[in-house]
Design a protein. Structure first.
Ligand code: E4P
Length: 225
């Protein structure tokens, strides 16, 4: 499963990239708004930092297909043709996806709450489909199960699209989908940090260091001997 950062704070992106094995960055209009910066300034900084080969996902906001198509052209001119344009899975979005996929654009179907949206987006040529796990949970349904159903639909129908599962609020939601073998998950920095935020882990490492220092002296490591 690929692991992406769902955030546009360049300092947070640099910090998480430094620590963990990360495959790219996703944004949405709310995430860009939180940055308080011009969208192409912040996205340009992200692209420059992650490099041309890493996945970068940027959402279109137009309500009609013609507007989404114009945005896809501008987004990829500014940020590279390999940038994934996120298109909301609404009727005008499917129309835009069909036209853009025919021209070879990389597309992510987003704002996915139901398997039928995912099926239509995959058929319309999106390579990634982004179900919103926690938002589905908050509606009283099972977000992880919806994502598994979408994965099963793609497998059963030999569809090329894969999941870019999104909107996570805890490690368990991510873990369940890693076990299921979905293509990718995009996760906020605080939830990525929480993957390994566990006193059992830190106290085990502290005990190893304390034992080693009893043997070799304070601050010594295997490199110093
Ligand atoms: C994907 O990029 C989605 O826009 C995002 O994960 C939504 O997350 P939220 O439900 O935490 O806003």
């Amino acid at each position: 499963m690929k692991l992406l950062i769902d955030n546009a704070d360049i300092e947070q992106i640099k910090r998480i990239y430094d620590l963990y094995p990360i495959d790219g960055v996703t944004t949405n209009p709310s995430i860009l708004a939180a940055s308080g910066r011009h969208p192409y300034d912040v996205l340009g900084d992200i692209r420059a930092f992650i490099g041309d080969d890493a996945d970068l996902h940027v959402q279109a906001v137009a309500r009609d297909a013609a507007g989404m198509i114009r945005e896809a052209k501008k987004i990829t001119e500014e940020l590279g043709r390999n940038t994934y344009v996120k298109i909301p899975c609404v009727p005008e979005g499917f129309k835009a996806m069909k036209a853009l996929s025919a021209e070879g654009y990389n597309l992510t179907g987003t704002a996915v709450y139901t398997p039928m949206q995912a099926y239509l987006a995959a058929k319309s040529g999106a390579k990634y489909i982004a179900p919103y796990i926690n938002r589905i949970d908050n509606m009283g349904y099972d977000g992880v199960q919806v994502a598994k159903d979408i994965h099963d639909i793609f497998t059963a129908n030999n569809m090329e699209a894969g999941l870019l599962a999104a909107s996570f609020k805890n490690s368990q939601q991510v873990l369940e989908l890693a076990k299921y073998g979905v293509l990718a998950a995009t996760v906020s920095p605080d939830v990525i940090d929480a993957f390994v935020k566990n006193t059992a882990i830190t106290s085990a490492v502290d005990a190893f260091i304390a034992d080693f220092e009893k043997l070799t002296g304070p601050g010594k490591t295997m490199a110093d001997l």
